[in-house]
Each structure stands twice: as structure tokens, then as C-alpha cells.
Design a protein around this ligand. Structure first.
Ligand SMILES: Nc1nc2c(c(=O)[nH]1)N[C@H]1C(S)=C(S)[C@@H](COP(=O)(O)O)O[C@H]1N2
Ligand SMILES: [Mo]
Length: 326
């Protein structure tokens, strides 16, 4: 297959064990053939640069965050924190490509003049800019387990604020039952004409029940590893929901809308039988194409030597969230 042949050899096994990509590759194979010229050059460019040893790879907008507290309730988990260089170079961000090596391509994300519009069924609709995101809400660090539906896992020290803090500021009214989150999308910058995932239900959207958003664990990250978020990790604002599969955590959010009805979401629209709206981590409920009982801890080693560990119900956060689902 054209898509497989042009990626570096260590990525071949990667493509075979990363089911979200496999799904996309299969479904869009014909389309990707049509756009082969562009697809091939885009992928070989990212693949190549991702494997080179360049220091500080295109993260030049990343800055230290000077003021934050460490939340003592989330100061550690029972696993080591993933190396920063791993967590910032092994990404899912399909707007910028279909492999895990998109950190270079994602540098096209324009952060200047960023606005996050919070609207819908709220008393105080508000538009936040970049400075607001760093200053309006007290920032804290939380170390969370992170579990992708593709059965790989990391541990990330996020910096940000509880979603509840934003809810307190905008004051949802009593009709608000759901919330939709929308990622940045500009076809000129992300999925341009001929791009392999053209035709997908962009922009990327996610959704929560309002009670889920109000839960202690639900978090907006503006940084990680003591610095602002790198673009490939979803700068300047992303969702972090450690009891749910990673795809629920939309990146680079531009809109948050409080709604009466359950919103459509990206993966659930694409493949409802494979990616549910709720998407809580559940080791006893296999994905239709693979088991969710175990996970591989992402490291800088080749994927075939990543350590395998059991997956826990709610990713180990049942004490916080199980009551939401009884
Ligand atoms: N906008 C957007 N958000 C996204 C995605 C994406 O493709 N686009 N991928 C999701 C998936 S599948 C995962 S596992 C996480 C990956 O986050 P990371 O790259 O920071 O590890 O982001 C989620 N958020
Ligand atoms: Mo994922």
C-alpha cells in the first residue's frame, strides 16, 4: 500500500497496531490514491524529520509557565511520568496527518490572535484570548494517566485549570445538558484539497454531558511539563479527561457551546459502532477489532518492545467518576 511503503520501517509495525489510523487508511484508500502525490510528499517529510535528532524541534513558541501550583491530589500515579521528548513526538492529530509523527506538520497551526468562544445556554457568553487562557484561571499541575483507544498509554504532567472553573465563570443555565467542543479547522492549513483525510467530518468535535464536565477530573490543559502546550499536543487549549479514551480530548479548541441536545462528535459520526459517545476506559469491553484488556506504555523504544500493562476500569479513576454512570 502506498501509505505504508513511504513511512520509515519502524512505523510499519506502528501503523499495524494503531487502529484509528488503520481505520482511516482502509476507508480512504481510494481517495488517498487520487491524492497520492501530495500525500506521499507530506508523509515522507514528516516521517523523515521525526526520526532525525534535531534538538528543540519546531517548538519555538513553547514557553515556561512561571506561576502554577502542584495539585497534591494528582501529584503522581503508579507509573513513571513519560519522557517529555516522547509525549511531544508521538501524537494523534489527524488534521496534520495520519501517522504518529505529525509534530512538524502541526507547526502550521496559527496561534496568533487565538480566540475561544464560549456560547450557547450560558448567562455570560465570553470570548477568551490567549492571555485570558493563561491568566483568568489559577493554573495547577496534574499528573494523569492517559489511555488512547488504540491501546497505548502515557503519563503526562498537564498544566491548566478544572473545567468547572470555566463553568463557574460563564454560568450555564438549567437547560444546558450537554457541551460541544470544537477544534481549530482551516482547510487551507489542515486538511487541504487532496489531503488523505479530506472528506472526514471536520472540524474535529467532541462532547460531554454537563455532569461530566463538572466532575473534579475534567481539565483544560494550557501546558504540559511546566511549559505552554506544543502545537502538536493541542495548543493553546485542549481537553483532558483521564477516565475516557484519548480521542475524547479535543485539541486546539476554538469553541465551547452549551446545549440542550447531545451534540454530534467526530469519531462517533465516522464509526459509531467503534467509538461511542461516552468512551469510558473499560478493559472488559473490547473494541470490535481488538481487546482493551491491556495497554502498551509508550517509550522511546520501538513499539514492539513497549511494556504491556493491564488496563483499569475508568483508567484507574473510578473513585472520582463511577457515580456518574450508575
Ligand atoms: N483536534 C483533534 N484532537 C484530538 C485528536 C485529533 O486527531 N484532532 N486526536 C485525539 C486522540 S485519538 C488522542 S489519543 C489524543 C492524542 O493526544 P497527544 O497527541 O497529545 O498524545 O488527542 C485527541 N485529540
Ligand atoms: Mo486516540
Amino acid at each position: 500500500m502506498a501509505l505504508i511503503r513511504i513511512v520509515p520501517s519502524w512505523e510499519i509495525s506502528e501503523n499495524q497496531i494503531t487502529p484509528e489510523s488503520v481505520f482511516m487508511n482502509r476507508r480512504r484508500f481510494m481517495k488517498s490514491l487520487i491524492g497520492a502525490g501530495l500525500t506521499a510528499s507530506a508523509l515522507s517529510l514528516t516521517g523523515c524529520q521525526a526520526t532525525s535528532k534535531t534538538a528543540n524541534p519546531g517548538n519555538n513558541l513553547v514557553q515556561e509557565i512561571p506561576d502554577f501550583t502542584k495539585n497534591p491530589n494528582f501529584a503522581e500515579v503508579n507509573r513513571p511520568v513519560t519522557a517529555e521528548d516522547v509525549a511531544t513526538k508521538y501524537n494523534n492529530f489527524y488534521e496534520y496527518g495520519g501517522t504518529k509523527s505529525i509534530w512538524q506538520a502541526a507547526q502550521a497551526l496559527p496561534l496568533e490572535d487565538w480566540k475561544v468562544e464560549v456560547s450557547g445556554l450560558v448567562k455570560n457568553p465570553t470570548t477568551y484570548d490567549l492571555e485570558d487562557l493563561q491568566k483568568k484561571f489559577p493554573l495547577e499541575e496534574r499528573i494523569y494517566r492517559f489511555r488512547c483507544v488504540e491501546a497505548w498509554a502515557m503519563v503526562v504532567p498537564w498544566l491548566g485549570f478544572p473545567m468547572r472553573a470555566l463553568m463557574a465563570a460563564v454560568e450555564p443555565n438549567s437547560d444546558a445538558k450537554f457541551v460541544q467542543f470544537t477544534s481549530f479547522y482551516d482547510p487551507k492549513i489542515t486538511t487541504g484539497p487532496g489531503f488523505w483525510a479530506n472528506g472526514y467530518p471536520w472540524p474535529y468535535t467532541e462532547g460531554l454531558r454537563i455532569e461530566e464536565m463538572a466532575n473534579d477530573l475534567a481539565f483544560f490543559a494550557v501546558g504540559m511539563y511546566g511549559k505552554t502546550l506544543p502545537k502538536q499536543n493541542g495548543a493553546p487549549l485542549r481537553m483532558v479527561l483521564p477516565w475516557k479514551y484519548g480521542f475524547k480530548g479535543a485539541k486546539s479548541i476554538v469553541k465551547i457551546e452549551f446545549l440542550k441536545q447531545k451534540p454530534a462528535t467526530f469519531w462517533n459520526t465516522l464509526a459509531p459502532d467503534e467509538y461511542g459517545f461516552e468512551a469510558n476506559v473499560n478493559p472488559s469491553k473490547p473494541h470490535p477489532r481488538w481487546s482493551q484488556a491491556t495497554e502498551r506504555i509508550v517509550s522511546s523504544k520501538p513499539s514492539f518492545s513497549w511494556k504491556k500493562q493491564p488496563t483499569l476500569p475508568y483508567n484507574g479513576y473510578g473513585e472520582y467518576v463511577a457515580s456518574l454512570y450508575s
